[in-house]
Structure formats: C-alpha cells, structure tokens
Write a protein that binds this ligand. Structure first.
Ligand code: URA
Length: 192
C-alpha cells in the first residue's frame, strides 16, 4: 500500500483503524491534513466533532473507521473533493476491508459517500449525472445494512449543533446523530 501508484496523490496512506472483529464500518470521504500528520482517520476538526457526538464509547470500541480514499486529495492548502477516478483506484482497499470485517452495519459519512452508494438519490451536487463508480453492489453488502449520515464538516460549517434551533438542516442532522446513536447502542446490545 505504501508504494501505491494508482493515483498521484502520494500522501501517507491511511488505511483505517479499529478492531478486526468490528461490527460497524464507518466510511468517510478522505483523510485531511490532520489525518495525514497523525496517520489516523477522523482525527481533525470534523473527526473530533463526529467522535464527540457519535463515534465514542462502545460504538467506537466496536467500529472500524476508514475512508473512500486512503490518501489526501488537495488543492493547494485545502482538501479537494475525491474524484470518481480516485475512488475507483481505492476501491480494492474497501473490498479487502469488507472481506475481512464482514461488518453488519456500514455507515457512509457525507454526501460523496452517499453518491457512491446511491447516486440516483443525490439530487444536487457536482457529481450528479456523472459516471460515479458503484462501490457497493449486492455482493459487497451481503448482510450489512447501509446507513448514510450528514458529514460532520457540513454541520460544523453551518455553525454546529448549537444553531440547531434556527437551522432546520442542522436540526435534522442533530436528530439523525441522536437516533443513530441510540440505534447503534441497541444494535450492539443485541449483537455482542
Ligand atoms: N477525516 C476523515 O478521515 N474523513 C473525512 O471524511 C473527514 C475528515
């Protein structure tokens, strides 16, 4: 993996982290600057938000966390949106993880991840009507349920959960995170 030349991103690849018997697999977009420095997924500001509000305690202990891309796509100092080609290049990494983990729940974090599994469901967005690779097909999913949530960067950009009483998107995201939290705790209670 460290010698991967499939794309030209060439940062330190971050494969993900978590126990190999994790029941839950989280798939984000791509590592950012902090992730590359620390070699861990979801460790920068967005990751901290996710970990504070959802991915913590027993949920975190039973989760494997990774991204569509192993390397950081960037434009200058900023993170760039993963391209379909880059996602396609990293596909084998996800196939491998799914094979090993056989997770029961897969949580896609954010719109790009959703576009990968359900492009027809994304009404807006720069990729709409483009040829986005379908990473997840029936064989991949086997018995896993797929869940999609708002990306923490989106929630942070809008002001975080403290603005939820005046922003209905944030309120929706808040309810989504709370419901998912209860759902996953119950799921773990029944499956551990
Ligand atoms: N950090 C990650 O590892 N993935 C994201 O999608 C965002 C931040």
């Amino acid at each position: 993996m460290s010698g991967c030349r499939l794309c030209q991103l060439g940062t330190r690849p971050i494969l993900g982290e978590g126990p190999t018997d994790a029941k839950i697999l989280w798939i984000g977009e791509a590592p950012g600057a902090a992730e590359v420095v620390f070699g861990r997924p979801f460790i920068g500001p967005a990751g901290q938000f996710l970990r504070k509000n959802l991915l913590n305690g027993p949920i975190s202990e039973n989760s494997f966390v990774t991204n569509l891309l192993c390397c950081r796509p960037r434009e200058g100092d900023h993170n760039a949106i993963p391209t379909p080609e880059q996602i396609e290049n990293c596909r084998y990494h996800l196939v491998y993880l799914l094979d090993i983990l056989q997770p029961l729940r897969i949580i896609f974090v954010g719109r790009i991840a959703q576009l990968v599994i359900a492009p027809h469901a994304a009404k807006r967005g720069i990729w709409y009507s483009q040829n986005v690779p379908h990473l997840i097909d029936a064989n991949w999913c086997n018995k896993a349920s797929i869940i999609h949530i708002y990306h923490p960067s989106y929630i942070r950009r809008r002001g975080g959960f403290k603005v939820r009483d005046r922003d209905h998107h944030v309120q929706e995201a808040y309810e989504q995170y709370e419901n998912l939290r209860s759902y996953l705790l119950e799921f773990l209670n029944e499956n551990l």
